[in-house]
Design a binder for this molecule. Sequence first.
Ligand code: ADP
Ligand code: AMP
Length: 215
Amino acid sequence: MATYIVLLGPPGAGKGTQAKILAQTTNLAHISSGDLFRENITNQTELGKLAKSYMDKGELVPDDITIAMVRERITRSDCKNGAIVDGFPRTPIQADAFEKILDGLGAAVTAVPYVTAAEAVLIERTGGRWSCRAQGHIYHKKFNPPKQEGICDIDGSELYQRDDDKEETVAKRIRVYLERTMPLVEYYRKRGKLIEINGVQPVEQVTKELLAALK
Ligand code: ADP
Ligand code: AMP
């Protein structure tokens, strides 16, 4: 059966960083709802325009739009063995919908690593985050700097600071996370899927613990 790992945690906990490493190590697809929205913004699609109006304010994009986007993504052929999913689901309605989508594929969520970090850490990490324009590779000016400033080590594209990483928007995103996404911790704990991982450790150590927990 296909493997679907959902990375849960607050903004800046390190989900995207770990999802990219895990996808490479496990040969599973990487699905990031945030990256999908940002691709749509870059390509100036209608979905991108709509998503941007919510993202810039630090709010969640409405459930029906987000669910439809992920439903389409998951049926692509690179997901046939499963995926590492980061940033989705973010509400109980999304989690229920995801269960139905996977059920329709004869699959289920395999495990939900919950990556934790204190608020001060989240603010420092998002405040120094640099993202690659072409493929969303993730850097940090202090914790994970690129070899050459402003340039992605992997694909040479420009690095930029996300609009929604401004400190006041991050504070809003953390509030939205606590209100709307935190309930998923209990949702997945009740289903026996939750695995707590301390995100305040070096990237390699977090990866090691994730891989050990997922075995
Ligand atoms: P999320 O996807 O949960 O929002 P990211 O993976 O984008 O988080 O990480 C947020 C920022 O913190 C990035 O700048 C990233 O380089 C940095 N980062 C990620 N994991 C760690 C870590 N374990 N230690 C220090 N910095 C980290
Ligand atoms: P991320 O890249 O995960 O930090 O997400 C950036 C922004 O995209 C969020 O603050 C939301 O506005 C939007 N977003 C990403 N994933 C979702 C989701 N599952 N549901 C609603 N909005 C989302």
